[in-house]
Design a protein around this ligand. Structure first.
Ligand code: SAH
Length: 406
């Protein structure tokens, strides 16, 4: 069944065919400009709001919420209708906010060091499942403006182009997020990069490079065997040429694997001619890849070497490390990709809500009414033992309205 943010304007018009024509715009504005659920569209008659609540259900059911960095970083694990689990991370800054959204449940790219890759592919997300992650973040970021969207959560965006792209257009055209503040991150799906270059919509492109020679990249990022570095670099050059947008390379620094002087030289040889910015990320540990991230002094040394080689490089801040905010980590630990984990809602971070666990808190709380803008009712559902997710049963808290309302 299509969910609220799956429905396009034409489908909404069909749903509202018995209503005055202006209702279509009203509801569309409610969803995309005001970002509220039908229940909160008080300009509509109560009868219509109730109908819309049925016709436009939410796609995302809260399963786990964690916060860190004094509440500035929030990570959600959402359950989908078929039991798949996906993650969304919101990062609040003093005057704005950024959200990192998932584009697939699981991922087929099998990058060695990535928690999502280690869990395998489940399915593509729908347009609505992608857009609703942003809508939830818009609501949770208030009063800050959600200014930036990065498609850098679970999944490979360019392997799900046919849903990711309409979702991006909704964000840009309907939600008013600037294309220049949207970043598509790819492992290097070359046909997808070329397609993206042809859209004429100037989003940023981030390529997860991690190795700048084919031998090592074949190991770390298996898609490199299909699209080796020379084809990837050509596609990146086309992207920069056609869009004039900044290209960035992501580089997870792995101790003694890709953090040496020779690695920096190889990387510079690719990045410099493209004018690419390099984002250095100390590797987050994952269960299936027992190699350490580089030590902080090695990370800084690698950055300095790149700078000396004429490459613009920065070290990505490690926000949310303590809540497993890196790609796929929460789902990998808490859910093994199924809805069995549904219903747990908690908070391990300083500055978040805490409180006594009540029945819902102990046994898992599932939201049965839909979405932000409504007072969610709670129902008890099966849940993982909380320690399986948090390691700390003291810190769970009850799902409450304050957690969902825009
Ligand atoms: N599939 C897309 C987007 C999702 S991954 C891509 O590959 O770009 C988002 C980023 O997190 C990528 O740069 C990925 O390489 C990086 N990443 C994955 N696992 C990581 C880990 N364990 N430590 C640090 N970065 C990781």
């Amino acid at each position: 069944m299509p969910t609220a943010y799956d429905v396009d304007r034409e489908q909404l018009a069909v749903l509202l065919s018995g209503e005055p024509a202006y209702r279509v715009q009203q509801v569309w504005d409610g969803l995309y400009r005001r970002v509220v659920w039908p229940e909160a569209m008080t300009e509509l008659p109560a009868r219509l709001r109730a109908d819309l609540g049925e016709w436009l259900p939410a796609a995302l059911q809260p399963s786990v919420e964690r916060s860190a960095d004094g509440g500035d970083t929030v990570k959600w694990l959402w359950g989908l209708h078929d039991g798949a689990l996906i993650e969304t991370v919101l990062m609040r800054y003093p005057d704005r906010a950024t959200v990192c959204v998932s584009t697939q449940a699981g991922c087929a790219m099998a990058c060695q060091f990535c928690a999502t890759g280690q869990g395998g592919f489940r399915r593509h997300l729908s347009v609505g499942e992608i857009v609703e992650q942003v809508a939830r973040a818009v609501a949770a970021a208030r009063p800050r403006r959600l200014s930036n969207v990065v498609l850098m959560g679970m999944g490979e965006p360019l392997a799900n182009f046919d849903r990711v792209w309409p979702a991006v257009l909704r964000l840009v055209r309907d939600m008013g997020i600037s294309a220049r503040h949207v970043t598509v991150s790819t492992v290097g799906v070359v046909p997808g990069i070329r397609r993206l270059a042809g859209t004429g919509v100037p989003v940023n492109l981030a390529v997860s490079l991690h190795a700048a020679n084919d031998e090592r990249r074949d190991q770390l990022v298996p898609i490199n065997r299909r699209y080796p570095l020379n084809t990837l670099v050509d596609a990146c050059a086309e992207y920069v040429h056609r869009t004039s947008r900044r290209l960035s390379f992501e580089w997870a620094l792995i101790a003694d694997v890709n953090d040496g002087a020779a690695d920096a030289v190889e990387l510079a040889a690719i990045a410099r001619p493209l004018g690419a910015h390099v984002n250095l990320i100390p590797l987050n540990p994952t269960p299936g890849y027992p190699v350490r991230g580089s030590q902080p002094d090695v990370v800084r040394g690698f950055r300095d070497r790149l700078l000396r080689l004429g490459v613009n490089a920065t070290i990505r801040s490690t926000r949310g490390v303590e809540i497993d905010a890196a790609c796929g980590q929460l789902a990998a630990r808490g859910g093994s990709g199924t809805a069995g984990a549904g219903g747990r809602y908690e908070n391990t971070g300083a500055g978040g809500e805490s409180g006594d666990a009540d029945a819902a808190g102990r046994h898992g709380a599932a939201v049965t009414r839909r979405g932000p803008g409504t007072r969610p009712s709670l129902s008890v559902s099966a849940a993982l033992p909380v320690a399986a997710i948090t390691g700390n049963p003291q810190q769970e808290h009850r799902l409450g309205e304050q957690d969902l309302v825009p």
